[in-house]
Design a protein around this ligand. Structure first.
Ligand SMILES: NC(=O)C1=CN([C@@H]2O[C@H](COP(=O)(O)OP(=O)(O)OC[C@H]3O[C@@H](n4cnc5c(N)ncnc54)[C@H](OP(=O)(O)O)[C@@H]3O)[C@@H](O)[C@H]2O)C=CC1
Ligand SMILES: CC(C)CCC[C@@H](C)[C@H]1CC[C@H]2C3=C(CC[C@]12C)[C@@]1(C)CCC(=O)[C@@H](C)[C@@H]1CC3
Length: 332
């Protein structure tokens, strides 16, 4: 029986590279591209079919930052499929990024530069805003929209003969100190991206605890630093081009400088080939590239407190309850 793979944020960057690589691994999968823009989704489908003309590729429209759109997409997917083998929860945003170059300079003097260049700790801030649902946009797009999506797809993911896999694109920028249970949407701070990725790690840990017995397995990956539309919003493209030789040099010391979306998708593709029972739920799988350009995957222990993870999960369930009450008319 064909395997069905759903990829969010499939229209560019890591998501698109992942779709191409997955079809290279197994041309018989049914690939469903989840994109917020229908035209982009069709263009992506055409692009993928040019490379793999015999592939089965469909599209579904979903704006992860808009909960009504997420509920409609879930309804559509429930009608189309009986089972989802893999869901790559990859779409993500980092709006209005600001780089603190002074901090990088200080890092050079204090010996923390390499750490800063790979995690952006103390280097990046963002300005977030409220979306149409009255929720923080980064939290909703990067985590909560995905959470609602998988919860609404539970019948396709849990309790079936075959296991199902969730693979979240997290980040090495995920940091406990950017996250707080009392402000889990990160309305007050300026590190909404870091907070949303830490929240992603917490969520994955609890999903494993609650759903492994029902055949659902969740993993988190970091694609490393990748040149994509997201990073092109951090610095102007010409500056990135000028910095490219330096970044290739940095890669000799920082293996997470994967730089291309193809390399960034290494951990996602590796997980596609693994048996879920053998994976560690408390590990993040990092895509890495050596100085000479060889790709590999490095597992690193997650920095999560399981009690905080459980408390946060309860808060997600509360917010889910409010969401479903608000959009009752969109439910079956
Ligand atoms: N680039 C990097 O260095 C790193 C990236 N990551 C993570 O990797 C993932 C992919 O990012 P990357 O490929 O680099 O960035 P891109 O900006 O290239 O891709 C992001 C994708 O997410 C989609 N997307 C954004 N907002 C929404 C939304 N509201 N609803 C549906 N889809 C949406 C975009 O769609 P559209 O084309 O319509 O904009 C696009 O397909 C993200 O989760 C990011 O946080 C993690 C670590 C490092
Ligand atoms: C490398 C150059 C010589 C200087 C570039 C300075 C900064 C623009 C980068 C240094 C560390 C980078 C970084 C990210 C963005 C660009 C930097 C801040 C990320 C935050 C991008 C998104 C992620 O998810 C993280 C894994 C990246 C961590 C490193």
């Amino acid at each position: 029986m064909e395997r069905v793979v759903l990829v969010t944020g499939a229209s560019g960057g890591v998501g698109l590279a992942l779709c191409r690589r997955l079809l290279g691994e197994d041309g018989r999968i049914h690939l469903c591209l989840a994109c917020r823009n229908a035209q982009k989704a069709e263009a992506t489908r055409d692009l993928v079919l040019q490379e793999y003309p015999a592939a089965q590729v469909s599209t579904v429209e979903v704006d992860l930052g808009n909960l009504a759109s997420v509920l409609r997409a879930a309804q559509e997917l429930r009608c189309r499929f009986q089972h989802l083998d893999f869901v790559y929860l990859n779409a993500g945003i980092m709006p209005n990024p600001h780089v603190n170059f002074k901090a990088l300079w200080k890092g050079l003097l204090t010996g923390r530069l390499l750490h800063m260049l790979t995690t952006a700790e103390g280097v990046m801030t963002q300005t977030d805003r409220l979306n149409g649902d009255g929720l923080q946009e980064v939290f909703t797009t990067n985590l909560f929209g995905h959470f609602i999506l998988i919860r609404q797809l539970e019948s396709l993911l849990c309790g079936n003969e075959k296991p199902s896999r969730l693979i979240w694109t997290s980040s090495s920028n995920a940091r406990e100190s950017a996250f707080s249970l009392s402000d889990y949407q990160h309305a007050k701070g300026q590190e909404s991206y870091s907070s949303s990725k830490y929240a992603t790690d917490l969520t994955s840990v609890v999903l494993n605890r609650k759903f492994n017995k029902q055949g659902l397995y969740s993993s988190v990956v970091c694609p490393g630093l990748v040149m994509s539309n997201m990073t092109f919003k951090i610095l102007p493209v010409f500056l990135w081009v000028l910095l490219m030789p330096i970044m290739f040099l940095i890669r000799f010391f920082a293996k997470t400088y994967t730089l291309t979306p193809y390399n960034g998708a290494e951990a996602h593709v590796w997980l596609f080939k693994q048996k879920p029972e053998y994976l560690d739920p408390l590990v993040k799988y990092h895509s890495c590239t050596s100085g000479l350009g060889k790709n590999f995957v490095e597992p690193r222990k997650l920095d999560v407190d399981e009690e905080t993870a459980e408390k946060f999960y309860q808060k997600l369930l509360e917010l889910e309850g409010q969401t479903l009450e608000k959009y009752g008319d969109l439910l079956d």
